[in-house]
Design a protein around this ligand. Structure first.
Ligand code: FES
Length: 571
């Protein structure tokens, strides 16, 4: 067997300068784990398991991985599980996004360095699925994405609770003095009560639906609840599909194409999905040299209806979406808008998939295309002197009465400044002002946190103000809602116009024209730009991963990937 068609344990040998010695030593050490020589002749399916005690969403992975292994064995492969970094959304400081690229690098390099013929990627919590897809796209070994599945909802009195839209809703009530400290303590214990990812159409659920639409997950698997027996069957089927791909390799580069990426954007828009997903999809597609343009996003958004009635935009939860028909039902409604010749990891085309019997569809959760919830997509990109490279507004989660507005800016120069002043009773702010947060983008010290959902100042929230226009270079949790302009690029920390805004300036938002403008004349902006000084600590005064991140992270419109992880032209 030549080096190039080596399979299983003979792939990618450790370099001792003697190939036969390398195989002999590897077989010997593998035998120490109890494998028979017969088993060690099998092709290998690696299982990238992102279980961690710091990741509640992946709590059930030890059970799920056993079912993946059974599927691999059924397909004639040898399953070998390996750990990668895990990113538990609420356990990471300053923010999980900062470490997404680290997990992508870990996943890519361990797929490439270890002897496997295909891989199953077990992820779920927000950043883990994009990290695994980015790594798998770069490694370009046959891969199947298996997601954790969403949590089940819980109850508080007569109310149904699901992380994390209800987390924010109750926190808002607590801040406004509508519920007591004891009550918020009770709610805290009931928001997240099973394993799995957040129970609404947040980032994790949106990315699960995108992975299925791209074709990287098995059809019908994105929305299965984490604790449902179908989740274990999906695990088995994913292991089997990966093993089958060894004889008929289908590489991520054949699945993630310009067409499947465009299908994924359509689904993102129809879901009213998370704003974070556009960053992640841009990063995944970027690994294969596929650009995602915000101008194209707007074109697709103008002609793609919102169909899915899930929180934070609507009323329902992921378990309802699963029983209502899931991603397949959404794809069927979007069929005339989709590229049907894309393929999934099974080799089946999307067109063939959509020929199958649709089964029951609950129209209270998934609307038909002729009676959509909204005629246009959930996300819109804004451009103007305040965001020359674009910004994102989730219009489906915003207050339409604020869409054509001019207002006075009230500026917070950093997260710390905001925390110190936002609840100050003397803060000079009114309900029709526009809140601006600076220095919370990808290069900032805060690492682009989900802080774009600026809290309504207590002096206003206590008077019943529920929404205001808020603008920043930060992100927003996929589970949040409000009239919130995010991902402003270029960001304030590198001297984007956002850095030049001062309290008292006028800002105009027009969703109709897709514009966001700072109404300050150019001469004055030039003066401010000349006076602007970067407060960033330069990469050479940092160390370790922090240094790599500071030197390499790209802006939001480029997916916040690292520049050196982009594909290179090898010619
Ligand atoms: Fe993991 Fe929300 S905390 S998906």
């Amino acid at each position: 067997m030549s080096k190039d068609d080596a399979q299983g344990l003979a792939r990618g040998l450790t370099n001792y300068g003697d190939r036969d010695f390398s195989i002999y030593l590897r077989r010997s050490f593998a035998s120490s784990m109890g494998y028979s020589s017969e088993v060690l002749k099998k092709p290998i399916v690696g299982i990238a398991n992102s279980f961690s005690g710091f990741n509640n969403c992946h709590r059930h992975f030890p059970e799920m991985v056993e079912h993946v292994k059974r599927g691999v064995l059924l397909g004639g492969g040898l399953p070998i599980e390996f750990p990668t970094i895990s990113l538990g959304e609420v356990f990471l400081s300053p923010t999980s996004l900062k470490f997404r690229n680290l997990m992508a690098m870990d996943t890519e390099e361990m797929i490439r360095a270890q002897p496997m013929d295909a891989v199953v990627l077990m992820g779920g919590c927000d950043k883990t699925v994009p990290a695994q897809l980015m790594g798998a796209a770069s490694a370009d070994l046959p891969a199947v994405q298996l997601v954790a599945g969403p949590m089940m909802t819980s109850r508080y009195g007569e109310e149904r609770l699901g992380a994390c839209t209800d987390c924010r809703r109750f926190w808002g009530k607590y801040r406004a003095g509508e519920i007591s400290g004891d009550e918020i303590g009770d709610v805290e214990g009931r928001l997240a009560t099973t394993s799995g990812t957040c129970a609404v159409m947040g980032t994790a659920s949106t990315m699960a639906c995108i992975a299925e639409t791209l074709g990287m997950s098995l059809p019908g698997t994105a929305a299965i609840p984490a604790v449902h027996a179908d989740r274990l069957r999906a695990a088995e089927a994913s292991g089997l599909a990966a093993a089958r791909m060894i004889a008929n390799p289908i590489r991520p580069s054949q699945v993630i194409t310009a067409k499947s990426v465009e299908n994924a954007i359509r689904v993102l828009l129809a879901l009213g999905g998370s704003t974070n997903a556009i960053i992640h999809l841009t990063a995944v597609a970027g690994r294969l040299g596929i650009p995602v343009s915000l101008k194209r996003l707007n074109e697709l958004s103008d002609e793609t209806p919102v169909l899915v009635n899930l929180k934070p935009v609507g009323q329902n939860y992921m378990e309802d979406f699963f029983f209502a028909g899931g991603v397949g039902a959404v794809l069927r409604e979007l069929k005339p808008l989709l590229h049907l010749d894309t393929i999934s990891v099974t080799g089946e085309t999307l067109g063939d998939r959509l020929e199958e019997d649709p089964g029951y569809v609950d129209r209270r959760v998934i609307a038909s295309a002729d009676k959509p919830l909204e005629p246009q997509g959930g996300l819109v990109a804004l451009f103007g002197n305040l965001a020359e490279r674009g910004a994102i507004l989730k219009r489906s989660a915003a207050d339409a009465s604020l869409f054509e507005t001019e207002g006075r800016a009230v500026v917070f120069s950093s997260l710390e400044d905001m925390a110190a002043r936002v609840d100050d009773p003397d803060l000079d702010i009114a309900a029709d002002d526009i809140m601006v947060l600076q220095n919370a983008g990808p290069r900032s010290a805060s690492g682009m946190p989900e802080a774009g959902y600026l809290p309504i100042p207590r002096k206003l929230s206590s008077k019943g103000v529920k929404d205001m226009i808020r603008i920043s270079d930060a992100r927003m949790s996929g589970t949040a809602f409000g009239t919130i302009v995010l991902h402003v690029a270029p960001e304030a920390s590198i001297g984007g116009t956002l850095a030049l805004v001062r309290t008292g300036d006028r800002i105009r938002l027009s969703v109709k024209d897709k514009r966001i403008e700072l109404l300050v004349d150019e001469d004055e902006l030039d003066r401010r730009r000349a006076d602007w000084v970067s407060e960033l600590v330069p990469p050479e005064r940092r160390r370790g991963y922090d240094r790599l991140y500071a030197a390499e992270v790209l802006q939001a419109d480029e997916g916040c990937d690292f520049a050196f992880l982009q594909p290179v032209d090898e010619n």
